[in-house]
Ligand binder design. Structure first.
Ligand code: ZN
Length: 72
């Protein structure tokens, strides 16, 4: 393996790691009554949301006080 190939591998691995840490998205309903975050956008609990729907990261949802949905 030459240096260029090795560099390409390193770049690919870094991209994969970056994507997986970023890819932890959940869905929340921006409403005073909403307290769950949903992994599944089609979740029936999430579909009850009549307010603004927002996609955030898992850590953001937790920081906002949401807990995991138990319907999925
Ligand atoms: Zn749900």
């Amino acid at each position: 393996m030459d240096k260029k190939t090795l560099l390409a591998f390193v770049v690919i691995i870094l991209l994969l790691v970056g994507c997986s840490s970023k890819g932890n998205k959940v869905h929340v309903c921006i409403s005073s009554g909403a307290e769950r975050y949903h992994y599944d956008e089609d979740c029936s609990g999430f579909n009850h949301c009549t307010h603004e729907r927002r996609e955030v990261t898992l850590s953001e949802a937790k920081a906002m006080g949401y807990t995991v949905c138990r319907m999925e």
